[in-house]
Every structure is written in C-alpha cells, then in structure tokens.
Ligand binder design. Structure first.
Ligand SMILES: Cc1ncc(COP(=O)(O)O)c(C=O)c1O
Length: 430
C-alpha cells in the first residue's frame, strides 16, 4: 500500500508537497512518498534490470508496456497451493484478468494448477486451440454458445439450469462423447446457479442424463458473495446451503469427483470453504482479494504497467494542467507526459490521485486522465523524454493502490488495461 506524506527514500531533493493545487477541493494534493523497493526486499534484481527485457521494439515504439512476470505468477500460485492444501483451479478468464490467457494458463499449469477455470466457453476453446491440455472448466454459457465444441474438446462445463443441461446433452449426442458437467447451486449470491427450489429438478435431470450416457456429473459447485468478509453471516449460510445441495445430489445418486466454492479470499481465509479444490484468480496475479494486502501474503504483482515519458517541459507557476484545469502548478516546475490514458484502461476517477513512480518518486496524476495520456508534476527533479515511469506493478505503486484512489478493486484496474498496451511476457512462456 502506498503511504502518503512520508519522506521519500531517494537522496535527491524531496518532492515538495503541495507543489500543485487541486482546484476542485481547493486543497493541496496528497503526495505519496516514494515506494519501498519490493525487489530489494524479496532478494530480486533491481527493477530496472528485471524489466529491461520488457522494452521490446514494439513496446519502445508505443512508449508503454504491460510486463507480465510469469515467475511472480508461479510464485503466487505456489503460495496459494500451500495455503489451501487442496488442488487449485487457476482462473484465467477475461484474458487472465488482462495478463494474457495462454502464457498465464501455461505458467499456472507449470506451477501445478490441476485445473484451469474460465467464464466463457469461447475462452476454453481458445485454450484448447492454443494446445493447452488437461482439465478446464467453463461456466458462463448462453444459448448459442459453443456447447458441442466444448464437449468435443473435452472441456468440463458448468451447468446452472435445465436449458444448459439440455445444451450439453445435445452437444454430447452430436459429438458422440460423454460430457463432464459441474452442477452449480445458487447458495446465496443470486447470480448463476440453480436456486434451492430449482435444484431438485436440475439434479433429477442430471441423473437421467447420466443414465442415458450423455453426461457425467463430475462436480458440484457454488460461489460465495462475501468471501472477503469471512465473518459475514452470508458465508456460513452459503456453506450450509451448499452442504444441503451436495447432500441432496448425492442422495439422488450423483457421485461427483469434486465439490468447490472458494475463490482466492475463500481459499485463504475460510478453511471450511476449501473442499476438494479452490478456484484462485486474483491472488495468482499478485493482487489483494480484500482479505489482506497482497504484500502481507507474500504475493508479487504479475503485471507491471510501465511507460516512457513522451514530453518533459518546464512551465511557470499558475499553469493549469489537463482538461478543465483541475490542477494548477503553484511554482515553476517540470511536467512529464505519460502516454497512457483512459483508452488504455486508466480510470478517469484517478484524476489528481493515481500514483505514478516517476523520476524516483511517487507522484499523483496531475489533473484529469485524458484518453491517451496523463501528466505528472516532477518539480525540480531531473527527467528526460524517454525516461521510464511505473504506473503500477513491481517496485512501483500497485494496481490495488490505483483501485483505492479510484473507489474500485485491483481486479478492475488490471483487467481493463487494453490492447493498445503491448503485453511482454517475462520469466518464460510466449
Ligand atoms: C465463479 C468464479 N470462481 C472463482 C473466481 C476467482 O475469484 P478471485 O479472483 O477472487 O480468486 C471467479 C472470479 O471472479 C469466479 O467468477
């Protein structure tokens, strides 16, 4: 977590708090201190060395890169496996939370993930097309999704309703293969999954489908609403409802191989939720699930969003910065231009707040986030066009820090980093 108001570590002249004034509040911008070096504390090479390889010609030409550290991913997954003590499903939906589907899936497998989990059936197809083998569960289909293709590709399918069970049965008939399904119970999230009222009919239909040979029920599962608040009363209620759903299904004759309902937070903080496997996403990417700061759990950020200054210039006191002039320089100063904006996924809510490590210190974004760029105030610190800045990631502020100042979660920060930012994989993989 970034700290505001502490003295910077750097031996250079300290950043002057209040060098810029935020018009909206009329107050002085809170200026974070420079960040501790995560690399140094973890015995890793200095960031500059570690990230040199991220600056491929394409990244240099773009002036921005999302470096994906697969060593960090493997490290994080190892911690998750240790903490949970049961098999892990590495959740790689949404392009592996913006980190890149296939390299992350392969790295997760290398780190021992017995399962991969995706939302869309198309994501499972993409994994198979890329040659990713082993168990994959896909859980968010609609009528018209590639159900039959997934059956043909040996993908496990989440089934929440009679219509999706029918889609799987049809897929099994069309391909001549027995489909593996995980019946999902809605135990209180009120999202996907069969309600307690609809569960008996879904189970009965699954028993019938097993008897006809089209389907085998290998999993029973659910998802928690408040896993990041382990003492929230809904957690115990959902566990109880899940036990009842499992008991009903088993009494009806189903013999699932796995029961599962824990995400990262559940896997870490709710031992009773671990069951036969845990589905881990955000902790694998080195960010907080809400139960504890990621660094406290020993997690390392996998994505590092870095950029090169596109402009460096001196401006006088009283210069309005960015659209709307919501930030005004209070002394002569240097402005640095970072070529990443909301079209690349930086939230506009980060105006005057999003922390950027530039010229050796953390600086809040000065003024509004634009479509393609943000400005940072560098004071009198030395900087040149082409200097590297860290928007978030290893040795800089974290995506969770950006989330905190934007009123969102780290999941959203990394997932939204768009395709205009090249991903460069470090630590093996392609
Ligand atoms: C059904 C399901 N399981 C597991 C996960 C992984 O959650 P987390 O990233 O919090 O570990 C998700 C992600 O939102 C999910 O939708």
């Amino acid at each position: 977590m970034i700290m505001f108001g502490e003295l910077p570590r750097s031996s250079a002249a300290p950043w002057v708090p209040g060098a810029g004034v935020v018009r909206e509040t009329g107050g002085v911008t809170a200026v974070p201190a420079s960040v501790p070096s995560a690399g140094a504390s973890a015995g890793l090479p200095a960031a500059a060395d570690r990230y040199a390889d991220a600056w491929t010609p394409e990244a240099l030409a773009r002036g921005a890169v999302a470096a994906i550290d697969l060593d960090a991913l493997r490290h994080n997954l190892g911690l998750c496996r240790e903490a949970a003590g049961v098999p892990v499903m590495a959740v790689v939906k949404a392009d592996a939370y913006g980190h890149g589907l296939v390299p992350c899936a392969l790295a997760a497998r290398e780190a021992g993930a017995e399962w991969l989990g995706v939302a869309l059936l198309q994501e499972a197809v993409a994994l198979r097309d890329a040659g990713v083998e082993g168990r994959i569960l896909a859980w968010l289909g609609v009528p018209g999704s590639p159900w039959a293709e997934c059956v043909a590709l040996d993908v496990d399918l989440g089934v929440s309703a009679l219509w999706s069970l029918d889609a799987v049965r049809e897929g099994a008939r069309a391909t001549g293969r027995r489909a593996r399904v995980h019946l999902k119970a809605d135990t209180g999230l009120s999202r996907n999954g069969a309600t307690a009222e609809d569960w008996p009919a879904l189970v009965a239909a699954a028993v019938e489908a097993e008897a006809e040979g089209t389907v085998v029920v290998v999993g029973l599962w659910s998802h928690l609403a408040c896993a990041d608040e382990p003492t929230h009363p809904s957690v115990a209620a959902q566990l109880e409802a899940f036990d009842a759903a499992v008991a009903h299904a088993e009494a009806a004759g189903l013999r699932p191989e796995v029961r599962h309902l824990a995400n990262s937070a559940g896997a870490f903080a709710i031992p009773a939720a671990r069951r036969d496997l845990v589905r881990v996403g955000i902790h694998m990417y080195g960010l907080s699930s809400g139960v504890a700061p990621a660094a406290d759990l020993g997690l390392r950020p996998v994505m590092s969003l870095r950029a090169r200054l596109a402009s460096v210039k001196r401006v006088p006191a009283g210069s309005g910065v960015s659209y709307g002039h919501e930030y005004t320089t209070s002394a002569e100063t240097t402005l640095g231009l970072v070529p990443v904006g909301y079209a690349d996924g930086l939230p506009r809510a980060a105006a005057n707040a999003g922390p950027v490590l530039a010229a050796g210190r953390l600086r809040p974004v000065a003024g509004r986030v634009c479509m393609d760029q943000v400005v940072v105030e560098l004071g009198d610190d030395a900087a040149e066009v082409g200097d590297e800045v860290v928007i978030f990631g290893a040795d800089g502020p974290s995506a969770d820090d950006w989330a905190a100042v934007c009123g969102t979660i780290g999941y959203e920060i990394v997932t939204r980093i768009g395709p205009r930012v090249p991903r460069v994989v470090l630590g093996g993989g392609s």
